[in-house]
Design a protein around this ligand. Structure first.
Ligand SMILES: NC(=O)c1ccc[n+]([C@@H]2O[C@H](COP(=O)([O-])OP(=O)(O)OC[C@H]3O[C@@H](n4cnc5c(N)ncnc54)[C@H](O)[C@@H]3O)[C@@H](O)[C@H]2O)c1
Ligand SMILES: [Zn+2]
Length: 380
């Protein structure tokens, strides 16, 4: 087991401990080694927040483990998917917590994908003005990205992640064994965030990813470990390129994810978002065709989508992009990749660059027309 740490956004508060423990079976002894569970209050009831898919595959086992550790838990189970990142779902969970008599000594233990992580984080940072938060991510996406964070967001009908709070988790347990029940689509979906890190910061990591075999458990563990440590380095350094890397392709990707209403996963939507952003970068004279091709190649190799689906009107996509929290005046502010491993920075070292409606819509059009010849384009 390796243990890493990332800094608390409030410097006087302790850092978050991240344990990487890739066992196929998680038993109570392994859990007891997670520092937090050896000190957690045995008198209070703790909230185990999860969704019904995760509950079906591991809740009984988890209940036994907590029972063996004499930790009292109250499971709160939400429906899978983005509909659990809403104010309505949050209110439902608040009611469930208030009904069981949660105290300041209670912990929210979020066990699930990125949706459960965001809801658990938002709950822990607001209920009783703040509870401890422990995360056990169960999707690739949550293990390599969503859980390694102190930002927790809910959606509004206007767009994604428009409400949020900040709370550093006390502890995060990354166990690739939790992915055993996850289907191939979601494994690939989560790798989009690893590809994001590689495109922005590490050509070597992109090479490792290109030797892909998502069904090889050892390869997957290695990709998770590298992604987690790269994200932790980025969180601790917190430089302009680090902040930009975290949301590369997301301004456009979030708009597509929002319009898809559950038909596309987060990783799938940002794969398209990154490809469109690479078109944008080339159009604006900020990068070259080799870099563009590397984008389409990387996502295609994992069977991830790269082309904006025909049914979305490009002007409609632009109108959702306008809800992005970094939108300024009439411009989308987003990072662009210059060459693989390097982001574009302006004269002041800033990596969020302004792009207007005309050029973004042109990039969306180019991406759509690329769809007809994508096979040829990635091979040449
Ligand atoms: N910094 C951050 O906080 C951050 C970063 C990236 C993404 N996100 C958010 O994360 C969300 C996407 O996360 P996600 O892709 O994990 O989606 P998700 O949480 O919806 O999980 C995907 C699907 O997998 C199922 N599932 C989860 N674990 C499983 C398991 N072990 N076995 C079987 N099924 C399982 C879920 O029920 C769901 O149907 C988005 O809302 C995105 O905005 C947040
Ligand atoms: Zn993301």
């Amino acid at each position: 087991m390796s243990i890493l740490e990332f800094k608390n956004p409030y410097p006087s508060l302790p850092p978050t401990k991240v344990s990487l423990l890739h066992t196929s079976k998680l038993d109570a002894t392994a859990l007891a080694n997670i520092g937090f569970f050896s000190t957690v209050d045995r008198e209070s009831t703790h909230i185990l927040l999860t969704d019904s898919n995760v509950a079906a595959s591991m809740l009984d086992e988890l209940k036994d483990m907590f029972n063996n550790l004499r930790i009292k838990i109250h499971p709160v189970i939400v429906v899978p998917g983005e509909s659990s990142k809403t104010i309505q779902a949050y209110t439902h969970v608040l009611d469930a917590c208030a009904d069981v008599g949660i105290t300041k000594e209670s912990t929210v233990i979020g066990i699930g994908g990125g949706v459960v992580k965001d809801l658990s984080g938002f709950l822990a940072s607001t209920f009783l003005r703040g509870l401890n938060l422990v995360l056990m991510p169960t999707t690739v996406l949550a293990q390599v990205d969503a859980a390694i964070d102190w930002r927790h967001s809910l959606n509004l009908p206007h767009g994604k992640n428009l409400i949020g709070s900040i709370l550093a988790p006390a502890e995060i347990l990354i166990n690739a064994g939790f992915l055993k029940s996850l289907n191939d689509r979601w494994i690939r979906d989560g790798l989009a965030e690893s590809i994001k890190i590689a495109l922005c910061q590490s050509p070597d990591f992109l090479t490792l990813l290109s030797q892909a075999n998502p069904s090889d458990f050892t390869w997957l563990c290695r990709v998770i470990d590298i992604s987690v440590s790269e994200k932790i380095v980025a969180m601790n350094r917190d430089s302009a390129p680090d902040q930009a890397m975290l949301v590369y392709g997301h301004a456009i990707g979030h708009a597509i994810e929002h319009l898809a209403e559950g038909e596309l996963g987060h990783g799938e939507a940002i794969s398209i978002g990154m490809c469109v952003t690479a078109e944008l970068s080339l159009l604006a004279g900020l990068s070259d065709e080799l870099t563009l091709k590397a984008h389409y190649n990387a996502f295609t190799a994992f069977g991830l989508p790269t082309i904006v689906p025909d049914k979305y009107d490009l002007h409609q996509i632009w109108s959702v992009i306008r809800a992005d929290k970094r939108f300024r005046g009439d411009k989308m502010c987003a990072p662009a990749v210059k060459t693989i491993g390097t982001l574009v920075a302006d004269g002041n070292g800033k990596c969020f660059l302004p792009f207007g409606a005309e050029i973004v819509i042109r990039a969306l059009e180019l991406n759509k027309s690329r769809g007809k010849t994508i096979g040829k384009f990635v091979q040449n």
